[in-house]
Design a protein around this ligand. Structure first.
Ligand code: C2E
Ligand code: MG
Length: 574
């Protein structure tokens, strides 16, 4: 027991028994205590405010109630306070029933002694502490100490019932950290754990006692705001949570910038029950994640959102099914050396075909959906394997080997197993690294530069070539490019499209190509459709080009045939 004075409430109508208990405690209780006294059940009520009483000694026969009923009523009045029963009569079955109802112990007055009484009180308190500890373990998240999903749902259920009864609004918010997985994968779980603890503390610090915040698992938190659930004040709370997480977190000697997205659903307009509200807050959170960068990082649920989300979920399922059923194929588009006119490589491009061979949807639409659902990792691995297999085939069977370029989306680029996957694919098909090129965008390099550098170095060690795709200078300036060990820069096709009409675009193309050369990289033009564009690019010393003017993306068989014919009559491919 700790140093705090123990408050013992004796509910007992006999003055003699009161004296007896008081004397015994004075004699045997080593720790400081105060004996409070009520001579009937009703008189005990004022003592039962939270934190007032530590343990109750309860006589079963009182002027206003008697027998086990006394215990039942007292337990209902003070469910959290341990109760030791004092009984006039020795009755084993009564004792068993009393304990079942919730008494911690059952003492017979005629057998009581000082040591027995004090030991019983001590045990009752210890047992209650243990029960509380077990309850905490079962209802709280061990890592952060916040309520867990179960406790949150209990509390939220109660808040919802109250809101229903008193016709009050209620707000439910889901908060998800951005980029947490990357930190966890790259810095280890202990750093991830510490980060979650700090996030939990920060969130608790900006919420009120009437709000409830819980960790749902992973890096997802859920918040229910008890009062003031109108749109403005809910938005205010969401913003406060986002702001407090915007302040960098320091773990050891490393500073982490975490940010979060929040989705909000309001009772009753966005849902009448818990399940619907949670689902809608989740949909709103995805919306917030998608619009990040375009303004606010929290989003209120709306019905249009629901329809859009439904469609998104359906597309995710459809893509999964199509992939499992083998509806995807890889096409290849030639890349040409602008000066010799020779095809030096191809870019692997994913296609989704229906049974008749027609395109179901373009990659610009389905790749972002795969990225969102995570399917891109599996599909990307398949593209990589297919492309390496094809490159190895060309290497062995064709006149000249062809370098094959494979696109990596942001999620693939940040996959900690990327280098291992690439290395495995090369080994499986016996392809030397120099015949594989990997394309990734500025976005992939932008967020965590250190991580991007490490990834590029690992890939470089495998001997593969690295190309920065769709370069527009949106996130990385020309000067930034120096810091990354890459081999070529692919100029975005919007620059190429404009360059014959717009002097600005022509100047941009020229600048990118010149800077690429300074850094010993190749300049590659994408989307070359006309001879004028090709001529201008040649004048600008652009190295390679790709576009409909040379060839559209083709199946491996069609491309092999085209190249065979091209070898015989090279002008055809140029
Ligand atoms: P990207 O990497 O910029 O690929 C080049 C895109 O330009 C291809 O579009 C290609 O068909 C198109 N294109 C080529 N020449 C011309 C031209 O002369 N004019 C015009 N207007 N367009 C041309 P596609 O195949 O629709 O792919 C779109 C994007 O989808 C790709 O852009 C790439 O980012 C992504 N993607 C395609 N396949 C994969 C894949 O296997 N994995 C990943 N992660 N992304 C892929
Ligand atoms: Mg590309």
């Amino acid at each position: 027991m700790n140093n705090k004075k123990l408050n013992i409430l004796l509910v007992e109508d006999s003055w003699g028994d009161y004296r007896l208990v008081s004397d015994m405690l004075n004699e045997c209780m080593q720790e400081g205590f105060e004996l409070l006294h009520a001579d009937q059940l009703a008189a005990a009520i004022p003592f039962l405010e939270p934190g007032e009483v530590d343990v109750i000694l309860l006589d079963l026969e009182l002027p206003d109630v008697g027998g086990l009923d006394t215990l039942v009523k007292m337990h209902a009045l003070a469910p959290d306070i341990p109760i030791v029963v004092l009984s006039q009569i020795e009755d084993e079955s009564l004792a068993v029933r009393a304990v079942r109802i919730g008494a911690q112990d059952f003492l017979v007055k005629s057998h009581i002694s000082g040591p027995l009484l004090t030991r019983s009180l001590r045990y009752a308190l210890e047992r209650r502490r243990l029960e509380e500890h077990l309850y905490r373990l079962a209802h709280h998240d061990v890592l952060t100490g916040l309520p867990n999903r179960k406790l949150f749902y209990d509390r939220f259920g109660r808040a919802l019932a109250q809101a229903r009864r008193y016709q009050k609004p209620l707000a439910l918010m889901l908060l998800d950290l951005n980029g947490f997985k990357g930190i966890n994968d790259n810095f280890g779980h202990h750093v991830g754990d510490e980060l979650l603890k700090q996030v939990a503390e920060r969130l608790s610090s900006v919420l009120r006692a009437t709000d409830c915040v819980a960790r749902l698992g992973g890096d997802e938190f859920i918040v229910c705001t008890g009062e003031l659930a109108d749109i403005q004040s809910t938005a205010h709370v969401a913003q406060k949570m986002l702001d407090v997480l915007d302040v960098p977190l320091v773990i050891g000697s490393t500073t982490f910038n975490v940010s979060a997205s929040v989705g909000i659903a309001l009772y009753p307009e966005d849902g009448e029950n818990m399940e619907v509200l949670v689902r809608n807050a989740d949909a709103a959170m995805y919306q917030a994640k998608r619009q990040d960068g375009a303004g606010s990082r929290f989003s209120f649920y709306s019905r249009q959102l629901d329809a859009a989300n439904q469609q998104r979920r359906e597309l995710h399922e459809l893509l999964r099914k199509a992939f499992d059923e083998g509806c995807f194929v890889v096409n290849y588009q030639p890349q040409v050396d602008l000066h010799s006119g020779r095809t030096i490589g191809v870019e692997a491009l994913l296609r989704w075909h229906d049974d008749s061979g027609a395109a179901v949807m373009g990659p610009d639409q389905f790749i972002p959906a795969m990225e969102e659902s995570g399917l891109i990792l599996e599909v990307g691995e398949w593209v990589l394997q297919t492309a390496c297999q094809q490159a190895a085939k060309w290497m062995r069977e064709a006149e000249r080997p062809l370098k094959v370029a494979v696109n990596l989306s942001v999620r693939q680029f940040r996959d900690p197993h990327l280098a291992a996957r690439v290395s495995r694919a090369l080994e499986t098909f016996g392809l030397p690294g120099k015949w594989l090129e990997l394309e990734f965008t500025e976005e992939a390099l932008q967020d965590d530069e250190q991580l991007a550098q490490e990834t590029l170095q690992q890939l470089n060690r495998l001997g593969v070539r690295l190309a920065l795709d769709n370069y527009l200078g949106r996130f990385l300036s020309l000067r930034d490019l120096k810091r990354f060990p890459i081999h070529s820069i692919k100029l975005d096709r919007t620059i190429i499209r404009g360059m014959t009409e717009s002097p600005e675009d022509a100047a941009i193309a020229q600048a990118v190509i010149s800077v690429a050369h300074v850094f010993k990289m190749k300049g590659v033009a994408e989307g070359v459709e006309t001879r004028d564009q090709a001529d201008l690019l040649r004048q600008q010393a652009c190295d390679d080009a790709q576009g409909y003017m040379f060839a559209k993306p083709l199946s491996a068989a069609a491309l092999t045939e085209l190249l065979r014919v091209g070898e015989e009559a090279p002008h055809k491919i140029q």
